[in-house]
Design a binder for this molecule. Sequence first.
Ligand SMILES: C[S@@+](CC[C@H](N)C(=O)[O-])C[C@H]1O[C@@H](n2cnc3c(N)ncnc32)[C@H](O)[C@@H]1O
Length: 224
Amino acid sequence: MTPQTTARARSRPVFARVYAKYAGPALDRAGITEYRRRLLSGLTGEVVEIGAGNGLNFAHYPPGVQRVVAVEPEPRLRSLAGRSARTAPVPVDVVGAVAEQLPYPDSSFDAAIACLTLCSVADPHASLAELHRVLRPGGQLRFFEHVRADTPGMRRVQRALDATLWPLLAGGCHTGRDTRAAIVTAGFTITSLEKFPFPEPRFPSPAATHILGTAERPRAGGAS
Ligand SMILES: C[S@@+](CC[C@H](N)C(=O)[O-])C[C@H]1O[C@@H](n2cnc3c(N)ncnc32)[C@H](O)[C@@H]1O
């Protein structure tokens, strides 16, 4: 990552305001809470969450979690996440950093969370390589992400949007990333995966195809 892309990832004041005030609540109304709960269900130990936004996942961490390190580069969202952390059911440390350069030693977390973030990071491959590095062998990556569509027609729409307006308007988001493939390329083994439209589309939407799942960093020797 160049210093320029790092800076771009850090400050997006208009997106931050819109996400906190309108987009986050709209996702709640569309029923995202069920997916946030399932994403985090049964987690234990030390957890790193990348792109925590204004902290909408924090309320759903289960009691087995000892500590969450919530990485958020955008200053306004990070400040709001700090507020959410105060009422979270588990200890949450909110940290200013990017997923591409996590300031933690190798194998320091039991689990990692990517929730609607791998669409927005500047470099998903570098971010997944970092998550692989900081997870202990056998540790879990839990993900809930919107991804590349299944139909050629919608993929063409996604490519056109991603090359033009969408990332500018949506805080760096890309609609057409093949995040499942990127997770595998980073060395993870996917152990569960569901693909479904969210929100329930009333008309075809370029950001509707979602995946929810778990991947493991294999233990040495390949057994997970
Ligand atoms: C669509 S929001 C999702 C926020 C939150 N995860 C949620 O579920 O509500 C995408 C988030 O990714 C963050 N982000 C963008 N680039 C990033 C990067 N390089 N590293 C970590 N987070 C990043 C944004 O600041 C934003 O908070």
